[in-house]
Design a protein around this ligand. Structure first.
Ligand code: TRP
Length: 342
């Protein structure tokens, strides 16, 4: 830990910030003293952030949610056919389970649904309404970080398992992390596993950039909410008007990058220490990788899966993949052709 981070941790402890605030403080300090400056996207989702994110999914410019929902609705019966009889459906990062309902409606033989999400409160709320709507399916929520190893409920240990990972959340991982995630999912799902993944596709730069720069400024507010949290939870005094949301498509790396750009040269004080910004210097807050059907197929193969089915919408904006585990063991290292290339 740097002296600065230690100092902030001490400040956090002395003002009786909870343990989670202390690690938030330490992460913020570590990120803002790094070069280039960065903040972890995991801090986007406090209550205000989660509400802003819900609004993003409804924006006219934000095509992914609408397009994926369309594909799932149109292909629900085909998807259902690929899910083994009497299986448990395990969703990685379930949130409001809106898209899952489309699958649950069609997959009549499903024995159990296991939503895995970090927010225990949200989970138990959702499980209640899901139980009422799907009385024949066992609802077995697991409160856990879906990207880390977690225990499956005993009741599903003996069942065949299918995984569900919509929303192009896989695009928020670096490609090598996405590959590691797929291997982790393979371990959780076990032998004969089926994994349904939503993946956003490379497309016209204008369409991509508008999706992350909406006219109403909701995505900007979502991004700036990180700084708001640093002010309210860590007692910083960042002038929110001195930072601006920047999102652009980096075609070479095939990703949307989100940044917070300082509009002027300035010094932030955090835990009694100073963090200097040049005019125009940015804090990198998120990436959203865009794949082609082929580049995602290569990534999946590197993790030991085969693409059993792929569906896209008429404009090829978004894709839904059904991956199944190859019989032979996965190679231990990703091959060099796995980068997300456009
Ligand atoms: N995975 C989605 C995407 O990359 C949703 C998402 C994650 C998102 N972080 C975001 C959308 C930040 C807008 C801004 O598009």
């Amino acid at each position: 830990m740097t002296a600065l981070a230690r100092h902030v941790t001490t400040v956090a402890e002395s003002t009786e910030l909870s343990g989670s605030s202390a690690s938030f403080a330490a992460d913020v300090i570590a990120g803002l003293t790094a070069t280039p400056k960065r903040l972890s996207p995991k801090y986007f989702y406090d209550r205000a952030g989660s509400e802003l994110f819900e609004r993003i999914t409804e924006l006219p410019e934000y095509y992914p949610t609408r397009t994926e929902t369309g594909i799932l609705t149109e292909r629900a019966r085909d998807i259902a056919k690929l899910i083994p009889e009497g299986a448990a459906l395990i969703e990685f990062g379930s949130g409001s389970s809106t898209k899952t309902r489309i699958v649950l409606h069609e997959t009549k033989s499903l024995a159990a649904y296991v939503p895995v999400d970090i927010s225990a409160e949200f989970l138990s709320q959702q499980a209640g309404t899901l139980r009422a709507d799907f009385p024949k399916i066992k609802m077995l929520p697991v409160a856990a970080d879906f990207s880390e190893p977690f225990e499956l409920p005993g009741a599903v240990q003996q069942l065949p398992r299918a995984g569900f990972f919509p929303g192009s959340t896989i695009g928020n991982f670096e490609p090598h992390e996405a590959c590691a995630f797929l291997r982790h999912a393979a371990r959780v799902l076990g032998h004969g596993a089926v994994l349904i993944v939503g993946v956003d596709l490379v497309k016209d730069t204008g369409v991509l950039q508008r999706a992350y720069n909406d006219k109403q400024g909701v995505t900007a507010a979502f991004n700036l909410n990180l700084l708001k949290r640093i002010n309210s939870e860590l007692g910083a005094k960042i002038d929110l008007d001195s930072f601006e949301h920047h999102a652009f498509f980096n075609r070479e790396r095939s990703r949307i990058e989100m940044h917070l750009a300082s509009l002027k040269r300035q010094r932030l004080k955090l835990g009694g220490e100073c963090i200097d910004f040049r005019a125009g210097e940015t804090i990198h807050t998120e990436n959203s990788y865009k794949y082609t059907v082929e580049s995602f197929g290569a990534l999946a193969r590197g993790a030991g899966f085969v693409q059993t089915a792929v569906w896209t919408d008429a404009r090829s904006y978004f894709s839904v993949h059904v991956l199944t585990l190859r019989e032979e063991p996965a190679p231990t290292r990703p091959r060099p052709d796995l980068a997300a290339v456009g």
